[in-house]
Design a protein. Structure first.
Length: 312
């Protein structure tokens, strides 16, 4: 499978007017109205599909991302796409960039049933993968057998059930989630986790998940834009030497992980996407990967810095 076939486009930064991605503001419409953000989303999806990208990722909490994606799918009728989405957070930002709270988390049976129905309605029969959004070891899902059974029933609709992870204990969550079974069958078939050259702590657990047969997706491979806008000097030097921008280098590092099936990009404009796609021109040697491996920071530090990023 070539690099393009392993790339996907995520809509976290396009489906709502505010998000924590660095370097996003100048690429978006100045007013960020619903219609302007819809058009911006369609522009990126058009460019991604034309480039050969076939995985699109949304979530109930990404504002109107499912609505925008569903409209694009209906209008364009693309072939061969895989559509993933997530439940567990509700968008409550009321389309305001300065909302005091943008999303609220709840991993309960009623929330799942409500959001699954909403997702199916928006995505018009295109849903392929449905994931628990930001599962952690503290999630009530691990004790809620009725919720586990309800999730397993989605397989009857032809939907693969998965989970995403966040936080400094991603590896522990991945390993625990892999053990969940319903009627003797493993519950989860996909896992979507944060991995980038700064935050590598989930790598070994993701390798184990891949060996166990789960489809592994990597998210936030640009560290919410930080690796594109203000990368470590060593990464900037390597990228410059290869004639690419640091975002392409960071994506190449993610694609170099043999256990990564799909690497998600978060571009918010065709221009950003084009810069990202320069990853197809990047080959990393073992020595270069060794240099990048030295840039990782302790998970607690990484997630504290991430949580301090402003919603803008």
């Amino acid at each position: 499978m070539n690099a393009i076939q392993r790339l996907g486009i995520g809509l976290a930064a396009l489906g709502r007017p505010a998000y924590i991605n660095v370097g996003r503001a100048d690429e978006l419409p100045p007013d960020r109205s619903v219609e302007e953000m819809r058009q911006a989303t369609w522009n990126v999806l058009d460019a991604a599909y034309a480039a050969g990208i076939r995985w699109m990722d949304a979530a109930r909490s990404y504002g109107r991302s499912e609505e925008f994606l569903g409209g694009w799918l209906t209008a364009r009728a693309p072939e061969g796409v895989t559509v993933s989405s997530k439940w567990g957070y509700t968008y409550v930002g009321d389309w305001k960039t300065d909302a005091p709270v943008h999303e609220v988390k709840e991993h309960g049976l009623d929330r799942y049933r409500t959001q699954y129905a909403e997702t199916l309605a928006f995505l018009n029969g295109h849903l392929s993968v449905y994931q628990v959004h930001s599962l952690t070891e503290e999630s009530p899902l691990f004790q809620d057998v009725r919720l586990q059974v309800a999730l397993a029933e989605a397989a009857a609709d032809g939907v693969r059930v998965g989970f995403s992870t966040s936080g400094p204990r991603q590896a522990d969550t991945i390993r625990r989630a892999m053990e969940l079974e319903v009627s003797g069958q493993r519950l989860f078939r996909t896992v979507q986790s944060t991995w980038n050259i700064l935050e590598t702590s989930a790598g070994e657990a993701l390798r184990e998940a891949r060996e166990a047969g789960l489809h592994v997706l990597l998210k936030e491979v640009l560290a919410n834009g930080r690796l594109a806008v203000r990368p470590p000097m060593a990464a900037l030097t390597l990228a410059s030497g290869k004639g690419v921008r640091p975002d392409a280098l960071a994506l190449a590092a993610a694609l170099s992980r043999p256990w990564a099936d799909t690497v998600l990009m978060g571009a918010v404009s065709p221009a950003q996407l084009e810069a990202n796609l320069a990853v197809t021109e990047v080959d990393l040697s073992d020595d270069e990967m060794e240099v990048l491996s030295g840039l990782s920071v302790p998970p607690d530090r990484y997630w504290a810095e991430r949580s301090a990023l402003p919603w803008t």
